[in-house]
Each structure stands twice: as C-alpha cells, then as structure tokens.
Write a protein that binds this ligand. Structure first.
Ligand SMILES: Nc1ncnc2c1ncn2[C@@H]1O[C@H](COP(=O)(O)OP(=O)(O)OP(=O)(O)O)[C@@H](O)[C@H]1O
Ligand SMILES: [Mg+2]
Length: 228
C-alpha cells in the first residue's frame, strides 16, 4: 500500500449484537481505486464489517474514516447524506424499486443529489448502454433476468461517481456463469470509474479479480494476502 491517506480506514472495529460479538477488533485500509474481497464462513462478520465500513451501522468501538475524516461523529442525517454522495451499493437483491423501469432506477440516485431529471435520465441511458442493457431501459426489475437486474444495480451504484462501492454477495442469487459475468462487470467498471470497491463474496475466483483479499473469522481478520 502507498503512503497516501487511505480512501477508507477502519481501526479497532468492535460490534456486538446482544451476546454475539460480530466484530472483535478489525482494522482495514482501502486505498484509492483499490478493490478488496472480503471472504470467510457464514456468520463470521462479513456483512457487519461492510455495514460498519459504509456507515450503515455504527460500531460499539473503533473508528472509520473516509479520506482521513472520521464518520462516527456524524449525525444519522449527515451519515445518510455521506452515503448518498460518496458511496454506491450493490446487494444480493432488492435494491431496485420494482415499480420503476430500469432507467428510472438508475437515474434516481443522481436525481436525489439534485441532477435534473432529463440529465439524470440521459446519463442513466448511457450507463445502461455501456453495461450491455441497451433496449432494456423501459423494463421493470421483474421483467429482467437476475443477471440483467444486477447490471442495472451496478449502473445505479456508479451513476453518482462514488468514492467507494460496497457490494454484499452481489452474485449470491445467480448461477455461477452469470455471477462471474456480473462480478467482472462490477470490478472492471468500478475500477474504470476510479472508485474503490469492497465486495463480500464466497467465490475465490471473484476474489481473484480484486486487488486484495481478507478473510474474516469469528469477527477478526485472520489473514490478509495479495491476490496478485
Ligand atoms: N441485526 C443483528 N442482530 C443480531 N445478531 C446479528 C445481527 N446482524 C448480525 N448478527 C450476528 O452477528 C454475526 C455476524 O453476522 P454477519 O451477518 O456479519 O455474518 P456474515 O459473515 O455476513 O454471514 P453470511 O455469510 O451468512 O452472510 C452472526 O452471528 C449473526 O447472527
Ligand atoms: Mg452476510
């Protein structure tokens, strides 16, 4: 890792849910433009880590900083604004609004940040085209295949030019070939857009497409290795 301030930096993250310690003291650094795969068994704390890194959950102790600025002290409203402005999200499913056509699903995050509808819609159309979805702009999520819907989700995550994209098992509901397709699009497009990426995955091949991987076990990062 270079000596510049990390894009995202977490220190000593601890998160408990009642008697369960989901995170037991985790440090993570993510460089500008770097992609990081988070692996580990079910229940080990991967999603909790992603939610803490993204400011969705507040840790019980420890800090998270974006570009050297701590996010823990922000109000709920400030944190949700920070997520909207600086982060993109791709989840397993359910992030698309079922009643809106693909193009409006993609345009929405830009409109929420104040981009006029016409401009946001044009931009959304270009994103859909570049992800191989030209002609599908008017389809609602239920009229798309799982892989197509996830590509719409990738476009939606990237349209605002986020600093970091967070993806939790984005291919968990897809067959392996389609899943690999979506993951390649996610990693390549995120990299081309200059955003950093944190992706939770069970798939070692998916992790190979990332710059680096960590393994979470019992709420701790057990080892870190360069993927290449
Ligand atoms: N909201 C919650 N309330 C109570 N316990 C929770 C909550 N969220 C997570 N946990 C617990 O914290 C631990 C870590 O959960 P987490 O969802 O982070 O695991 P994970 O590694 O993402 O697992 P999976 O691969 O199954 O998605 C688990 O024991 C889980 O049951
Ligand atoms: Mg999980």
């Amino acid at each position: 890792m270079n000596t510049a301030t990390p894009r995202l930096s977490a220190r000593g993250l601890v998160k408990r849910f009642g008697p369960t310690t989901a995170l037991a003291g985790v440090d993570v650094d993510l460089a500008d433009g770097e992609s990081l795969a988070v692996m580990g068994p079910s229940g080990s704390g991967k999603s909790t880590l992603l939610h803490c890194l993204a400011g969705i959950l507040l840790p019980d102790s420890g800090t998270v900083a974006l570009d050297g600025r701590e996010v823990g002290g922000l109000s709920d409203r400030e944190r949700s604004l920070l997520r909207r402005r600086h982060y993109g999200f791709v989840f397993q499913f359910g992030q698309l609004l079922s009643e809106l056509p693909a193009i409006e699903n993609v345009a929405l995050p830009a409109m929420l940040l104040g981009t006029p509808r016409r401009e946001a819609t044009d931009l959304a159309g270009r994103w859909l085209g570049s992800l191989g979805l030209a002609g599908m702009e008017g389809r609602r999520p239920g009229e798309l295949s799982g892989g197509q819907a996830q590509r719409v989700a990738v476009a939606r995550a990237l349209i605002t030019g986020p600093a970091v994209v967070f993806a939790d098992e984005p291919t968990g509901a897809l067959d392996q070939t389609t899943g690999h397709d979506v993951m390649r699009i996610l990693t390549e497009t995120t990299k081309a857009a200059g955003a950093s990426l944190v992706v939770v995955t069970h798939d070692a091949q998916v992790a190979d497409w990332c710059d680096r991987r960590i393994e979470v076990r019992d709420g701790l990062v057990r080892h870190a290795e360069a993927a290449r």
